[in-house]
Design a protein. Structure first.
Length: 333
Protein backbone atom coordinates (compact mmCIF):
# COMPACT_ATOMS: atom_id res chain seq x y z
CA UNK A 1 0.00 0.00 0.00
CA UNK A 2 1.18 3.53 -0.73
CA UNK A 3 1.06 5.69 2.36
CA UNK A 4 2.07 9.34 2.44
CA UNK A 5 3.31 11.05 5.57
CA UNK A 6 4.46 14.64 5.83
CA UNK A 7 4.83 17.27 8.53
CA UNK A 8 5.23 21.00 9.07
CA UNK A 9 6.50 22.91 12.09
CA UNK A 10 4.18 25.28 13.97
CA UNK A 11 6.87 27.83 14.75
CA UNK A 12 5.38 30.62 12.64
CA UNK A 13 2.59 31.18 10.19
CA UNK A 14 2.77 29.25 6.94
CA UNK A 15 4.69 31.03 4.16
CA UNK A 16 4.65 30.79 0.39
CA UNK A 17 7.66 28.43 0.37
CA UNK A 18 5.79 25.97 2.58
CA UNK A 19 2.75 26.25 0.37
CA UNK A 20 4.39 25.92 -3.06
CA UNK A 21 7.15 23.52 -1.97
CA UNK A 22 5.03 21.21 0.15
CA UNK A 23 1.43 21.85 1.16
CA UNK A 24 -0.01 22.42 -2.29
CA UNK A 25 1.36 19.00 -3.23
CA UNK A 26 -0.10 17.47 -0.06
CA UNK A 27 -3.50 18.69 -1.18
CA UNK A 28 -3.08 17.40 -4.74
CA UNK A 29 -1.92 13.95 -3.57
CA UNK A 30 -5.13 13.31 -1.64
CA UNK A 31 -7.14 10.71 -3.51
CA UNK A 32 -7.48 7.02 -4.20
CA UNK A 33 -3.82 6.36 -4.97
CA UNK A 34 -2.51 7.11 -1.48
CA UNK A 35 -3.49 7.04 2.13
CA UNK A 36 -2.46 10.54 3.29
CA UNK A 37 -1.32 11.42 6.81
CA UNK A 38 -0.38 15.03 7.60
CA UNK A 39 0.99 16.27 10.87
CA UNK A 40 1.73 19.56 12.64
CA UNK A 41 5.06 18.66 14.24
CA UNK A 42 4.91 20.44 17.59
CA UNK A 43 7.59 18.19 19.11
CA UNK A 44 10.01 19.31 16.41
CA UNK A 45 9.23 22.93 17.29
CA UNK A 46 10.53 22.24 20.82
CA UNK A 47 14.07 21.83 19.49
CA UNK A 48 14.27 25.62 19.84
CA UNK A 49 12.83 27.60 22.80
CA UNK A 50 9.05 28.23 22.49
CA UNK A 51 6.53 30.16 24.54
CA UNK A 52 4.03 27.48 25.67
CA UNK A 53 0.86 29.50 25.01
CA UNK A 54 2.13 30.64 21.62
CA UNK A 55 3.10 27.09 20.64
CA UNK A 56 -0.39 25.80 21.47
CA UNK A 57 -2.07 28.64 19.57
CA UNK A 58 0.23 28.27 16.56
CA UNK A 59 -0.28 24.51 16.41
CA UNK A 60 -4.05 25.00 16.22
CA UNK A 61 -3.73 27.84 13.72
CA UNK A 62 -1.39 25.89 11.47
CA UNK A 63 -3.77 22.92 11.49
CA UNK A 64 -6.55 25.34 10.48
CA UNK A 65 -4.28 26.76 7.76
CA UNK A 66 -3.73 23.29 6.33
CA UNK A 67 -7.49 22.76 6.20
CA UNK A 68 -7.91 26.18 4.57
CA UNK A 69 -5.34 25.16 1.94
CA UNK A 70 -7.43 22.12 1.08
CA UNK A 71 -6.36 19.31 3.41
CA UNK A 72 -9.68 17.53 3.75
CA UNK A 73 -10.26 15.60 7.00
CA UNK A 74 -12.54 13.27 5.06
CA UNK A 75 -9.65 12.29 2.79
CA UNK A 76 -6.60 12.69 5.06
CA UNK A 77 -5.59 12.10 8.64
CA UNK A 78 -4.63 15.46 10.18
CA UNK A 79 -3.29 15.76 13.73
CA UNK A 80 -0.57 17.22 15.96
CA UNK A 81 2.53 15.11 16.54
CA UNK A 82 2.32 15.15 20.36
CA UNK A 83 -1.11 13.50 20.21
CA UNK A 84 0.53 10.25 19.09
CA UNK A 85 3.15 9.21 21.64
CA UNK A 86 4.40 6.41 19.38
CA UNK A 87 6.45 9.01 17.44
CA UNK A 88 8.61 9.79 20.49
CA UNK A 89 8.88 6.16 21.53
CA UNK A 90 10.02 4.99 18.11
CA UNK A 91 12.39 7.94 17.99
CA UNK A 92 14.21 6.62 21.07
CA UNK A 93 14.39 3.11 19.64
CA UNK A 94 15.80 4.39 16.35
CA UNK A 95 18.19 6.81 18.03
CA UNK A 96 19.86 3.85 19.72
CA UNK A 97 20.71 2.58 16.24
CA UNK A 98 21.84 5.85 14.66
CA UNK A 99 25.56 6.66 14.61
CA UNK A 100 26.44 10.21 15.67
CA UNK A 101 28.44 10.56 12.47
CA UNK A 102 25.22 10.42 10.44
CA UNK A 103 23.68 13.22 12.50
CA UNK A 104 26.80 15.40 12.48
CA UNK A 105 26.58 15.49 8.68
CA UNK A 106 23.14 17.15 8.65
CA UNK A 107 23.39 20.64 7.17
CA UNK A 108 20.23 21.86 8.94
CA UNK A 109 21.81 20.99 12.29
CA UNK A 110 25.00 22.81 11.36
CA UNK A 111 23.01 25.89 10.28
CA UNK A 112 20.76 25.96 13.32
CA UNK A 113 23.42 25.10 15.89
CA UNK A 114 25.72 27.80 14.52
CA UNK A 115 29.20 28.28 15.89
CA UNK A 116 28.32 27.46 19.50
CA UNK A 117 27.68 23.81 18.79
CA UNK A 118 28.22 22.72 22.39
CA UNK A 119 25.32 24.92 23.46
CA UNK A 120 22.89 23.40 20.96
CA UNK A 121 20.28 21.12 22.52
CA UNK A 122 20.42 17.37 22.09
CA UNK A 123 16.98 17.61 20.50
CA UNK A 124 18.35 19.73 17.67
CA UNK A 125 20.88 17.03 16.85
CA UNK A 126 18.33 14.24 17.27
CA UNK A 127 15.70 16.09 15.18
CA UNK A 128 16.19 13.97 12.02
CA UNK A 129 15.74 10.75 14.01
CA UNK A 130 12.37 12.01 15.27
CA UNK A 131 11.53 12.88 11.68
CA UNK A 132 12.45 9.34 10.58
CA UNK A 133 10.27 7.99 13.39
CA UNK A 134 7.36 10.21 12.26
CA UNK A 135 7.45 8.53 8.88
CA UNK A 136 8.40 4.99 9.84
CA UNK A 137 5.88 4.65 12.65
CA UNK A 138 3.31 4.57 9.82
CA UNK A 139 5.58 2.64 7.45
CA UNK A 140 5.21 5.71 5.23
CA UNK A 141 6.25 4.96 1.66
CA UNK A 142 6.13 8.48 0.16
CA UNK A 143 6.99 11.86 1.68
CA UNK A 144 6.15 15.10 -0.17
CA UNK A 145 8.51 17.88 0.99
CA UNK A 146 10.46 20.89 -0.26
CA UNK A 147 14.00 20.48 -1.48
CA UNK A 148 15.58 21.41 1.88
CA UNK A 149 14.36 18.16 3.44
CA UNK A 150 16.10 15.87 0.96
CA UNK A 151 19.04 15.13 3.24
CA UNK A 152 16.75 14.24 6.15
CA UNK A 153 14.87 11.80 3.94
CA UNK A 154 18.09 10.16 2.82
CA UNK A 155 18.87 9.66 6.51
CA UNK A 156 15.41 8.16 7.03
CA UNK A 157 16.20 5.59 4.35
CA UNK A 158 19.55 4.82 5.95
CA UNK A 159 17.94 4.33 9.35
CA UNK A 160 15.22 2.10 7.89
CA UNK A 161 17.75 0.09 5.91
CA UNK A 162 20.07 -0.45 8.86
CA UNK A 163 17.15 -1.58 11.05
CA UNK A 164 16.05 -4.06 8.40
CA UNK A 165 19.59 -5.30 8.01
CA UNK A 166 20.28 -5.65 11.73
CA UNK A 167 17.12 -7.63 12.38
CA UNK A 168 17.27 -9.53 9.10
CA UNK A 169 13.82 -8.64 7.83
CA UNK A 170 12.17 -6.34 5.38
CA UNK A 171 10.24 -4.39 8.02
CA UNK A 172 10.44 -0.69 7.20
CA UNK A 173 9.94 0.59 3.65
CA UNK A 174 12.66 2.69 2.05
CA UNK A 175 10.71 5.91 1.83
CA UNK A 176 10.58 7.84 -1.45
CA UNK A 177 10.84 11.63 -1.32
CA UNK A 178 8.34 13.50 -3.51
CA UNK A 179 9.90 16.85 -4.37
CA UNK A 180 7.33 18.11 -6.84
CA UNK A 181 6.28 21.18 -8.77
CA UNK A 182 7.87 24.33 -10.12
CA UNK A 183 8.91 25.84 -6.77
CA UNK A 184 10.66 23.24 -4.64
CA UNK A 185 12.93 25.86 -3.11
CA UNK A 186 11.43 29.34 -2.78
CA UNK A 187 14.04 31.94 -1.86
CA UNK A 188 13.94 34.95 0.46
CA UNK A 189 12.60 38.14 -1.12
CA UNK A 190 15.54 40.03 0.40
CA UNK A 191 18.33 37.67 -0.61
CA UNK A 192 17.98 35.30 -3.54
CA UNK A 193 20.66 32.98 -2.16
CA UNK A 194 18.81 32.22 1.11
CA UNK A 195 15.66 30.12 1.31
CA UNK A 196 12.41 31.72 2.39
CA UNK A 197 12.09 30.71 6.01
CA UNK A 198 9.89 31.07 9.05
CA UNK A 199 12.86 32.03 11.17
CA UNK A 200 14.16 34.99 9.10
CA UNK A 201 13.82 38.03 11.34
CA UNK A 202 12.60 40.23 8.49
CA UNK A 203 8.96 39.69 7.58
CA UNK A 204 9.75 41.35 4.24
CA UNK A 205 11.79 38.25 3.37
CA UNK A 206 8.69 36.10 3.06
CA UNK A 207 5.09 36.01 1.90
CA UNK A 208 2.75 34.71 4.59
CA UNK A 209 -0.44 33.03 3.51
CA UNK A 210 -2.36 35.51 5.64
CA UNK A 211 -0.79 38.69 4.23
CA UNK A 212 -3.47 41.07 2.96
CA UNK A 213 -3.49 42.63 -0.51
CA UNK A 214 -1.64 45.80 0.56
CA UNK A 215 1.05 43.82 2.37
CA UNK A 216 1.52 41.50 -0.62
CA UNK A 217 1.87 44.45 -2.98
CA UNK A 218 4.34 46.17 -0.64
CA UNK A 219 6.46 43.04 -0.10
CA UNK A 220 6.75 42.29 -3.81
CA UNK A 221 7.45 45.97 -4.57
CA UNK A 222 10.27 45.99 -2.00
CA UNK A 223 11.59 42.57 -3.09
CA UNK A 224 15.24 42.80 -4.09
CA UNK A 225 15.97 42.70 -7.83
CA UNK A 226 18.76 43.85 -10.12
CA UNK A 227 18.61 46.87 -12.46
CA UNK A 228 18.32 44.84 -15.71
CA UNK A 229 14.95 44.23 -17.37
CA UNK A 230 13.54 40.70 -17.25
CA UNK A 231 15.18 38.28 -19.71
CA UNK A 232 13.19 36.67 -22.51
CA UNK A 233 14.62 33.21 -21.92
CA UNK A 234 15.27 30.96 -18.96
CA UNK A 235 19.05 30.95 -19.52
CA UNK A 236 19.02 34.68 -18.74
CA UNK A 237 18.01 33.91 -15.14
CA UNK A 238 21.05 31.77 -14.37
CA UNK A 239 23.18 34.39 -12.63
CA UNK A 240 20.23 36.43 -11.34
CA UNK A 241 18.91 34.60 -8.25
CA UNK A 242 16.39 37.28 -7.21
CA UNK A 243 14.91 37.53 -10.71
CA UNK A 244 14.80 33.77 -10.98
CA UNK A 245 13.01 33.50 -7.65
CA UNK A 246 10.28 35.98 -8.58
CA UNK A 247 9.76 34.35 -11.97
CA UNK A 248 9.62 30.91 -10.34
CA UNK A 249 7.01 32.14 -7.86
CA UNK A 250 4.98 33.65 -10.70
CA UNK A 251 5.19 30.44 -12.72
CA UNK A 252 4.20 28.27 -9.77
CA UNK A 253 1.28 30.49 -8.71
CA UNK A 254 0.00 30.91 -12.26
CA UNK A 255 0.64 27.23 -13.06
CA UNK A 256 2.30 28.36 -16.29
CA UNK A 257 5.77 27.28 -17.48
CA UNK A 258 8.68 29.69 -16.90
CA UNK A 259 9.37 30.13 -20.63
CA UNK A 260 5.78 31.19 -21.18
CA UNK A 261 6.03 33.76 -18.36
CA UNK A 262 9.29 35.10 -19.80
CA UNK A 263 7.82 35.24 -23.30
CA UNK A 264 5.23 37.61 -21.86
CA UNK A 265 7.47 39.73 -19.58
CA UNK A 266 10.93 39.50 -21.23
CA UNK A 267 12.40 42.94 -21.85
CA UNK A 268 10.06 44.73 -19.43
CA UNK A 269 10.97 46.35 -16.12
CA UNK A 270 10.35 44.67 -12.78
CA UNK A 271 7.80 47.25 -11.59
CA UNK A 272 4.99 46.08 -13.87
CA UNK A 273 5.88 42.41 -13.37
CA UNK A 274 5.89 42.82 -9.59
CA UNK A 275 2.53 44.48 -9.62
CA UNK A 276 1.05 41.63 -11.71
CA UNK A 277 2.73 39.13 -9.40
CA UNK A 278 1.11 40.79 -6.38
CA UNK A 279 -2.32 40.64 -8.08
CA UNK A 280 -1.76 36.97 -8.87
CA UNK A 281 -0.74 36.23 -5.27
CA UNK A 282 -3.85 38.02 -3.96
CA UNK A 283 -6.07 35.99 -6.30
CA UNK A 284 -4.52 32.70 -5.12
CA UNK A 285 -3.98 33.42 -1.42
CA UNK A 286 -6.93 35.58 -0.39
CA UNK A 287 -9.41 32.67 -0.55
CA UNK A 288 -7.12 30.68 1.78
CA UNK A 289 -6.86 33.57 4.25
CA UNK A 290 -10.66 34.00 4.18
CA UNK A 291 -11.22 30.31 4.85
CA UNK A 292 -8.66 30.38 7.66
CA UNK A 293 -10.45 33.31 9.32
CA UNK A 294 -13.71 31.36 9.11
CA UNK A 295 -12.12 28.26 10.67
CA UNK A 296 -10.41 30.22 13.45
CA UNK A 297 -13.78 31.64 14.49
CA UNK A 298 -14.60 28.10 15.67
CA UNK A 299 -11.47 26.64 17.31
CA UNK A 300 -13.49 23.82 18.87
CA UNK A 301 -14.25 22.54 15.37
CA UNK A 302 -10.53 22.54 14.50
CA UNK A 303 -9.79 20.70 17.74
CA UNK A 304 -12.40 18.08 16.95
CA UNK A 305 -10.74 17.45 13.57
CA UNK A 306 -7.38 17.03 15.34
CA UNK A 307 -8.90 14.75 17.99
CA UNK A 308 -10.36 12.50 15.32
CA UNK A 309 -7.12 12.59 13.29
CA UNK A 310 -5.06 11.70 16.37
CA UNK A 311 -7.24 8.68 17.11
CA UNK A 312 -6.98 7.46 13.52
CA UNK A 313 -3.21 8.00 13.52
CA UNK A 314 -2.77 6.08 16.80
CA UNK A 315 -4.74 3.17 15.38
CA UNK A 316 -2.07 2.82 12.66
CA UNK A 317 1.04 3.75 14.65
CA UNK A 318 0.55 1.85 17.90
CA UNK A 319 0.53 -1.66 16.37
CA UNK A 320 3.61 -0.85 14.26
CA UNK A 321 5.42 0.42 17.36
CA UNK A 322 4.47 -2.80 19.20
CA UNK A 323 5.94 -4.87 16.39
CA UNK A 324 9.19 -2.89 16.61
CA UNK A 325 9.29 -3.44 20.37
CA UNK A 326 8.84 -7.18 19.81
CA UNK A 327 11.54 -7.27 17.15
CA UNK A 328 13.98 -5.42 19.43
CA UNK A 329 13.36 -7.67 22.42
CA UNK A 330 11.30 -5.49 24.73
CA UNK A 331 9.19 -7.48 27.14
CA UNK A 332 5.42 -7.68 26.84
CA UNK A 333 3.56 -8.94 29.93
P1 LIG B 1 9.02 23.75 7.83
O1 LIG B 1 8.45 25.13 7.78
O2 LIG B 1 10.51 23.78 7.94
O3 LIG B 1 8.36 22.86 8.80
O4 LIG B 1 8.75 23.12 6.39
C1 LIG B 1 7.52 22.48 6.02
C2 LIG B 1 7.59 22.05 4.58
O5 LIG B 1 7.78 23.18 3.73
C3 LIG B 1 8.76 21.11 4.28
O6 LIG B 1 8.34 20.13 3.35
C4 LIG B 1 9.79 22.00 3.66
O7 LIG B 1 10.66 21.32 2.78
C5 LIG B 1 8.93 22.99 2.90
N1 LIG B 1 9.62 24.28 2.77
C6 LIG B 1 10.05 25.09 3.78
N2 LIG B 1 10.64 26.20 3.30
C7 LIG B 1 10.58 26.09 1.94
C8 LIG B 1 11.00 26.94 0.86
N3 LIG B 1 11.61 28.11 1.09
N4 LIG B 1 10.77 26.52 -0.40
C9 LIG B 1 10.15 25.35 -0.65
N5 LIG B 1 9.71 24.50 0.31
C10 LIG B 1 9.92 24.87 1.60
N1 LIG C 1 11.67 18.48 9.25
C1 LIG C 1 10.59 18.98 8.47
C2 LIG C 1 10.81 20.46 8.19
O1 LIG C 1 11.41 21.15 8.93
C3 LIG C 1 9.26 18.79 9.15
C4 LIG C 1 9.00 17.34 9.39
C5 LIG C 1 9.02 16.70 10.59
C6 LIG C 1 8.68 16.36 8.42
N2 LIG C 1 8.72 15.39 10.46
C7 LIG C 1 8.51 15.14 9.14
C8 LIG C 1 8.52 16.38 7.04
C9 LIG C 1 8.22 13.96 8.47
C10 LIG C 1 8.23 15.20 6.38
C11 LIG C 1 8.08 13.99 7.10
O2 LIG C 1 10.32 20.94 7.21
Amino acid sequence: MKRIFSGIQPTHKMHLGNYLGAVRNWVALQGPEYETIYCVVDLHALTLPQNPDDLRAQTRELAATLIACGIDPAKSILFAQSQVTAHSELSWLLSCQTPLGWLNRMTQFKDKAGKQRDNAGLGLLAYPVLMAADILVYKGTHVPVGEDQKQHLELTREIAGSFNHRYGRDFFPLTEPQILGAATRVMSLRDGTKKMSKSDESDYSRINLTDDADTLALKFRKARTDPEPLPSEEAGLETRPEARNLVTIFSALAERPVDEVLAQYGGSQFSGFKSDLADLAVAKLAPIADELARLMADPAHVDSILRDGGARARAIADPILREVQDIMGLIRV
